[in-house]
Design a protein around this ligand. Structure first.
Ligand code: ATP
Ligand code: LTN
Length: 338
């Protein structure tokens, strides 16, 4: 409940526990979660069921899931205010996905950009799960009667199909699901690669110098920024068209330093790229160091972390099961004694 007695709106988001998170994931997703967590009723998941659509080593997946949970908390996600949980711990996700599959057409899934990209990158493993990825994502979101979903631009198409499926179900049966809205953040919505600044920074980039990972130590962060691709001029100016490298660095600097782009431009007026890149590296390293040590502290306290995840799953389950029971009733599944 809010102070004015109104029920808070529901916010849902998730990240896959595959690969190491980059500062792009942090600025595009987790940082926004922290900023929004007290204004909404929040559900934040580790999407391990989505992660297995690409082949994963079991021990690594388990470790990455815990590390991601600890990272969320280290970044400021408050487990007392939000339901922080592992997707596979709440069986309703798989159950609703099955039902929604019967309202989704194969042609719609074949047209999804991410499916086409990932099919090309993993041509030896184009499994049904990869194609069904958006339906599982729709189930995640719709189970919680979600109003808003903060994601990066790359997820916009999945949000559109989630809305279509919700509307389709509501029309075929009766109003059941809230139709969610995507919230795409402005600054930091897209952080680009340090090596090819026309391309998004991605945790699966093969060039380790292209991405700054949340787990990178100070020296690595400073080195990666020192090597970042810029241009042949020497003026620190924001102009994504003609100066993508410098503009990307200015964006990163402005969000980490909490300054506007204009302030950042003024600060580096007349300075060379060497000084500029060193300053960006410093501000990022200063922000990541305490997050990393906090993450290590949380990971060392297994009882605490397991307690948070068990409580999160229980809270999520209560809401999810209530939606799923309604769905089962509406589609005509028989329950003895009901
Ligand atoms: P992959 O490279 O494995 O596809 P990814 O780095 O794109 O992964 P996801 O797990 O697909 O990461 O995305 C998690 C969240 O982070 C999503 O909300 C996504 O939009 C956001 N995100 C990912 N990369 C960036 C980026 N470079 N800038 C801003 N947001 C990003
Ligand atoms: N596909 C998303 C992760 C994800 C998600 C969700 C995001 C799984 N389920 C529900 C928002 C809402 C990604 O970030 N790649």
């Amino acid at each position: 409940m809010q102070e004015n007695g109104q029920k808070k709106k529901v916010l849902y988001s998730a990240v896959q526990p595959s690969g190491d998170l980059t500062i792009g994931n942090y600025l595009g997703a987790i940082k926004n979660w922290v900023d929004l967590q007290h204004d909404y009723e929040c559900f934040y998941a580790m999407a391990d069921m989505h992660a297995i659509t690409i082949r994963q080593d079991p021990a690594t997946l388990r470790r990455k899931t815990r590390e991601l949970a600890a990272l969320y908390i280290a970044c400021g996600v408050d487990p007392a205010a939000c339901a922080l949980y592992v997707q596979s711990n709440v069986s309703c996700h798989a159950e609703l996905a099955w039902v929604l599959n019967t309202l989704t057409y194969v042609g719609e899934m074949e047209r999804m950009t991410q499916f086409k990209d990932k099919s090309a990158r993993h041509a030896d493993n184009i499994n049904m799960g990869l194609m069904d990825y958006p339906v599982l994502m729709a189930a995640d979101i719709l189970l919680y009667q979600t109003d808003v979903v903060p994601v990066g631009v790359d997820q916009r198409q999945h949000l559109e199909i989630t809305r279509d499926i919700a509307i389709r179900f509501n029309n075929r049966y009766s109003p059941t699901f809230t139709v969610p809205e995507a919230v795409i953040m402005q600054t930091g919505a897209k952080i680009n690669s340090l090596q090819d600044p026309t391309k998004k920074m991605s945790k699966s980039d093969e060039n380790p110098n292209a991405s700054v990972y949340m787990s990178d130590d100070r020296d690595t962060v400073l080195r990666k920024f020192r090597r970042a691709v810029t241009d042949s001029e020497s003026s620190v100016r924001f102009d994504p068209e003609t100066k993508p490298g410098v503009s990307n660095l200015l964006t990163i600097y402005s969000v980490f330093a909490g300054k506007s782009i204009a302030e950042a431009e003024r600060e580096f007026d007349g300075k060379g790229y060497g000084d500029f890149k060193a300053a960006v590296g410093e501000v990022v390293a200063d922000a990541l160091t305490p997050i990393r040590s906090e993450q290590e502290r949380i990971l060392a306290d297994k009882d605490y972390l397991d307690g948070v995840l068990a409580a999160g799953a229980e809270k999520a389950y209560r809401t999810a099961r209530s939606t799923l029971s309604k769905v089962y009733r509406k589609i005509g599944f028989y329950r003895p004694g009901k």
